[in-house]
Design a protein around this ligand. Structure first.
Ligand SMILES: [Ca+2]
Ligand SMILES: [Ca+2]
Length: 161
């Protein structure tokens, strides 16, 4: 990640992934003027096309989630349970419009090269403008890469950082 210059100063090498313990998808605009975000699954991949660094037990904190009591809840953990195409395994936000965010705790600092997203059943739940961010402490985040004007999609779509 760092290379020593001839003067011995450590400088960040351009294009080299920085490892973070916490990763956050920060969504500022949804497709088609959507208000509620709905994501079936997220993968944080250590390499492009590689293995998902999240597991079903990865802690997920979200900005808000829909809870209909006995009729079901839709927390952020629905995005790491490896279940897709099930209405009971989706994160749905509650209340008003974006920003919406989901924060993943990988336990240790790890590099993420690609984020793959499987959105909910309607394209209005699809992120359009969003930022992938990293953090060492889970509170103060650094923007890793911003995506904007992304067209709606329905299957998996991968975003390389
Ligand atoms: Ca997964
Ligand atoms: Ca799921």
């Amino acid at each position: 990640m760092f290379a020593a210059t001839r003067a011995g100063v450590m400088v960040k090498k351009a294009g080299t992934a920085v490892p973070y313990r916490y990763w956050r998808i920060y969504v500022t605009l949804l497709n088609s003027s959507g208000i509620t975000i709905g994501l079936e699954e997220i993968e944080l991949r250590g390499t492009v096309g590689g293995a998902d660094l999240t597991t079903g037990s990865t802690p997920v904190l979200v900005s808000s989630y829909l809870d209909n009591g006995e009729e079901g809840a839709y927390p952020g953990s629905g995005t790491v349970d490896n279940i897709v195409d099930s209405q009971f395994s989706i994160w749905f936000s509650a209340g008003g419009g974006p920003p919406h965010w989901a924060r993943y705790d990988l336990g240790t600092a790890q590099s993420v090269a690609q984020v793959a997203i499987k959105p909910g059943p309607s394209t209005t739940y699809c992120p359009r403008d969003f930022i992938v961010q990293g953090s060492a402490d889970g509170t103060t985040f650094t923007d890793v890469k911003a995506f904007s004007g992304v067209s709606a999609w329905s299957g998996w779509q991968a975003f390389t950082l």
